[in-house]
Design a binder for this molecule. Structure first.
Ligand code: MV4
Length: 505
């Protein structure tokens, strides 16, 4: 069926990103918003917008029945869930489908199998996809745990079947820790997920986190769009992603790609999905998890393959066959994504909501900025503090890093603290520049990454002081009627130049 109107059941940058592809396809868009998002950009950008409830997610963006009711009321043919919120909720996928509305994503069956990490491991093993050595079943008692640990050898990782993304994991290095470890893991899993099932895996020391993008249509055609290196993570939260992976070689890419496709086929996958692998120093790789949604970091794949993944999702939901096959997939150049959070890296990354007084987004060749904040916008406290993704394309990795640093320098947000300087340090870190890093990168480089924030000898707060001073001076002149000719607001380049020339106090 031809989709004419899509409800985006999400907010922030991903809502705007989805709306952009819809507009290019001539598809009408419906936004939903909570109290806190009345002034949000996605509300202004969509063709229609409906209020769905109070600010807390549970009363708005997670309120399945409210969202489906708006979809019906607005005449939406389909719902795009984005990422997070209800995007991997099998019950929502099922409810939407039963309401006669297309869910732009996989079936409830696929979501359910991959959502339970024990069933996922079993299904992958049966499909010949390498999984980390460990248990096939839920660990019932301590004896089972001890037998398994003896069989696969310490250290082991105890994981919650209903967990994922680092939640409900426990590393056991000594046999005497196992009994208490299993008990604690079961208790935490029950508390966090309402399901105490846990399983044990061999612990992979210093792994890389490499994931493969998958596209699968409703006619059995499945392709992969190569890998994304996602090892730069802080507390299981991805910070920087890049493609191609510095670890990858053509043979490994072909082999992992085939297993990624086999994993999707094993669960009759439909839509865009991601197969996550752990890769050790000997290039052994193991299925970790499958993400049954579009991911935050999808733009780096779009930049090197030239494929719009949201448009592909929509075409698949309409029942179209993939118009591309595996031989069409070529990686051109190199792309890096930096996630810009409204957080204070100097204060343990505490969220830093508040009003945005000034913003200058980087531009130029190979620069994409997927954001949603604007001057005067109030960043709410209720949601994930991701404010934008800076995605850079370069003809090679060196150019991509250089362009990312130039773009981070240009990126200016006044009013809230951001992770910008932390990201700049990552781009300067020798382990990152060399490409020789794994999932321990941030902890292994913490001295360098968290050194006091100075830029060319100018402490960060002096920069802001200069910017605020310039802004106040400008406004004062404006009030006196001294309209500075040709200066539409602060001349950003002059301000940028001033920042560099500010003498150190
Ligand atoms: C592992 C592992 C080592 N061995 N499993 C972290 C969250 C979830 N994605 C799975 N994770 C891990 N599972 C075994 N058997 C190491 C991690 C891990 C990790 C994996 C990917 C990216 C970042 C990570 C940071 C810490 C631990």
């Amino acid at each position: 069926m031809k989709i004419k109107k899509i409800l985006i059941a999400n907010r922030g940058e991903i809502a705007i990103r989805v709306i952009r592809s819809c507009r290019e396809l001539g598809i009408s868009t419906v936004a939903v918003f909570s109290d806190a998002d009345r002034t949000a950009l996605h509300v202004r950008y969509a063709d229609e917008a409906y209020h769905i409830g109070p600010s807390p997610s549970a009363e708005s963006y997670l309120a399945m029945d409210k969202i489906i009711e708006v979809a019906k009321r607005s005449g939406a043919d389909a719902i795009h869930p984005g990422y997070g919120f209800l995007s991997e909720n099998a019950g929502f996928s099922e409810k939407v489908t039963k309401s006669g509305i297309l869910f732009i994503g996989p079936s409830a069956h696929s979501i359910h199998i991959m959502g339970d990490k024990i069933s996922a491991r079993q299904t992958m093993t049966d499909a010949g996809v390498p999984v980390v050595p460990g248990t096939r079943e839920n660990i019932i008692d301590d004896n089972t745990g001890k037998e398994i640990a003896n069989r696969i050898g310490l250290p082991v990782m105890i994981k919650a079947a209903a967990g994922g993304g680092g939640k409900g994991m426990r590393l056991i290095r000594r046999g005497k820790e196992l009994t208490e470890g299993i008990r604690a893991a079961k208790s935490e899993a029950l508390e966090a997920f309402g399901d105490e099932s846990v399983y044990i895996e061999k612990y992979i020391e210093s792994p890389h986190h490499i994931e493969f993008q998958i596209l699968a249509d409703k006619h059995g055609n499945i392709i992969h769009l190569c890998e994304r290196e996602c090892s730069v993570q802080r507390r299981h939260q991805k910070v920087v992603e890049e493609t191609p992976s510095p670890l990858m070689n053509p043979d490994l890419r072909e082999e992992m790609g085939k297993h990624a496709i086999a994993a999707a086929r094993a669960v009759d996958y439909e839509g865009a999905g991601t197969i996550e692998f752990l890769v050790d120093d000997h290039l052994n790789y193991y299925f970790l998890e499958m993400n049954t949604r579009l991911q935050v970091e999808h733009p780096i794949t779009e930049l090197v393959t030239g494929i719009d993944l949201v448009k592909e999702q929509i075409k698949i939901a309409e029942g179209q066959k993939l118009s591309i096959d595996q031989s069409d997939i070529q990686q051109r150049g190199h792309a890096i994504e930096c996630r810009i959070y409204a957080e204070d890296p100097d204060n343990n990354f505490m969220p830093s909501p508040g009003k945005v007084y000034k913003i200058t987004e980087p531009m130029g060749t190979g620069v994409r900025c997927d954001g949603y904040i604007y001057e005067g916008y109030e960043i709410p406290i209720y949601y994930d503090p991701l404010i934008s993704k800076l995605i850079i394309w370069g003809s090679n990795r060196e150019e991509a890093i250089s362009r990312m640093k130039r773009s981070l320098e240009e990126y200016y947000i006044l009013g809230v603290k951001t992770s910008k300087n932390f990201l700049m340090r990552i781009m300067e870190a020798s382990d990152f520049v060399s490409g020789k890093y794994d999932t321990h990168f941030i902890e292994n480089n913490s001295d360098f990454l968290f050194a006091p924030c100075t830029e060319a000898g100018i402490p960060g707060n002096i920069e802001e002081l200069a910017a605020v001073t310039a802004l106040l001076e400008y406004n004062a002149n404006l009030n006196k009627g001294n309209n500075i000719p040709g200066n539409n607001g602060l001349n950003r380049w002059k301000e940028f130049g001033r920042k560099k020339s500010v003498t150190r106090l």
